[in-house]
Design a protein around this ligand. Structure first.
Ligand SMILES: Cc1cc2nc3c(=O)[nH]c(=O)nc-3n(C[C@H](O)[C@H](O)[C@H](O)COP(=O)(O)O)c2cc1C
Ligand code: SF4
Ligand code: SF4
Length: 424
């Protein structure tokens, strides 16, 4: 397939995701081109087999530069496309913006995903939120999404790609969707401070002029900010001489009142086992074993159950395994996947049998996690060298399961099984 990925990225998070997706497509034998919008012209959006559009989220929506770019591209009737975004815990309508603009040009948008990205906004309450994101887990999710997309298009499937984000296709009405709807650029300019230059520090290197996504800085005797500023603060955070500053007194108060941990968890996208700044921010950090098991077995939300399963895996406490066996039969694939992963991390031989059953799951990622978990458990068992009788029983269960997985219909599962078998 001929694939094009066009993205807007200020601080590199969206670029990282675009590159991981491109590498994944490349490994599958497709020809891929990645283009930042600074280097792409609307005419570059010519027909291809698959088009990807990526962007960060600014103020609950897609930023003006990518919106302007998508408005200016020629019609692309029935062009298969997908969207992706990176954000903090309040993505609002960013994915929906990208989807709607592409659909207006006639594209057939088949999937959308969202990946967490570290925030480099200079307001004191935003500094270093989500440090190190996207991390390896985030990039793994981006890779999986790319695999799903490639498979969907190559096989000529109809409808949406498996595990696409719901909010990429449906308008939401929660707090951050409303923030995205009711904060156009002029309002952002009104409430957020304008970057101010300290001429004594500026050496006129022109970096800010080149980097401003709105081409809004001109060099007279010193860099001058024009009237199109979207308050992205790239000039301020990136200037090598730290020549820009801004007074965030009011802006910080507004941002903190909207974007705090409680609201982002309640109305946004912040997971229970995800921290904004520190480990202690996670609610799961205060959940003891009893509470984690209760959440996993209760009627709670999908997010809470996934978080409970993952945290039980981190704890490695064998008392959790029977509740994880039950979670392997949950109706939501993400919960079953997290349970299989946790069983692998706890590494108790009693999990082998339920994991063998999970190999029949209809979701490939549940089968993949079950295979990897079986690989970990049986490898540990073989290293520990138990009594020959019990080892034969255990090994036969593991080998039987892994051999079954090595004939799975999905190559990812087959690869994980072959890897585990060769290790053994
Ligand atoms: C000006 C600005 C506004 C932002 N607004 C939001 C927001 O409303 N919601 C959110 O979840 N993240 C927000 N973020 C965080 C970014 O979406 C996130 O850091 C993203 O990964 C940046 O991507 P990039 O490195 O590709 O530019 C904002 C960041 C900046 C700089
Ligand atoms: S990047 Fe900083 S030092 Fe360079 S021109 Fe802009 S303000 Fe001056
Ligand atoms: S002037 Fe600075 S804050 Fe305004 S749009 Fe340009 S880079 Fe962003």
């Amino acid at each position: 397939m001929d694939i094009k990925i066009v993205y807007f990225s200020q601080t590199g998070n969206t670029r990282k995701v675009a590159e991981v997706m491109a590498t994944t497509f490349g490994h599958l034998g497709h020809s891929v081109q990645t283009l930042p919008i600074k280097k792409a012209s609307p005419k570059d959006i010519t027909r291809c087999d698959l088009l990807g559009i990526g962007s960060p989220c600014f103020t609950g929506q897609a930023p003006t530069p990518i919106k302007n770019f998508l408005r200016s591209i020629p019609p692309i009737d029935n062009q298969p496309a997908f969207v992706f975004a990176t954000s903090g815990g309040a993505p609002g309508k960013v994915l929906y913006d990208l989807t709607s603009l592409l659909r207006r040009k006639g594209a057939d948008v088949i999937g959308g995903t969202l990946i967490r990205g570290e925030c480099f906004h200079p307001a004191p309450c935003f500094i270093h939120r989500y440090p190190g994101r996207p991390n390896s887990e985030d990039l793994k999710r981006a890779r999986r999404f790319a695999l799903n997309i490639a498979e969907h298009v190559s096989m000529g499937k109809n409808g949406l790609v498996a595990r696409s984000r719901f909010d990429a296709f449906h308008k939401g009405w929660k707090l951050y969707d409303l923030e995205g709807m009711f904060t156009p650029d002029p309002l952002v300019r009104l409430v957020m401070p304008k970057p101010k230059l300290d001429p004594a520090k500026c050496n006129k290197c022109k970096w800010c002029i080149y980097k401003c996504p709105m081409n809004n800085i001109t060099l007279k005797s010193f860099p001058i900010i024009g009237s199109k500023c979207i308050r992205c603060y790239r000039c301020l955070t990136g200037c090598p001489e730290k020549a820009f500053n801004a007074n965030f007194l009011l802006g910080n108060l507004i941002l903190l009142s909207l974007h705090n941990t409680v609201f982002e968890r309640r109305f946004g996208d912040l997971y229970y086992d995800e921290e904004m700044y520190h480990e202690a921010d996670k609610p799961t950090a205060n959940w003891n074993l009893k509470k984690l098991i209760r959440v996993l077995q209760g009627k709670g939300s999908e997010r809470a159950k996934v978080a409970a399963a993952r945290t039980l895996g981190d704890l490695g406490d064998k008392r959790a395994i029977s509740s994880l066996f039950l979670a392997l039969r949950d109706k939501r694939a993400t919960v079953r996947e997290a349970a299989a992963q946790a069983l692998g991390r706890i590494s108790d031989e009693r999990a082998l049998k339920p994991l063998v059953s999970a190999l029949q799951d209809r979701d490939k990622y549940v089968r993949l996690e079950a295979t990897s978990a079986m690989g970990i458990i049986s490898y540990k068992e073989s290293l520990e060298g138990h009594s020959s009788v019990s080892r034969t029983v255990k090994e036969s269960a593991a080998f039987e399961g892994l051999t079954l997985a090595s004939r799975d219909k999905h190559w990812l599962v087959r690869r994980a099984a072959d890897k585990a078998l060769s290790k053994l």
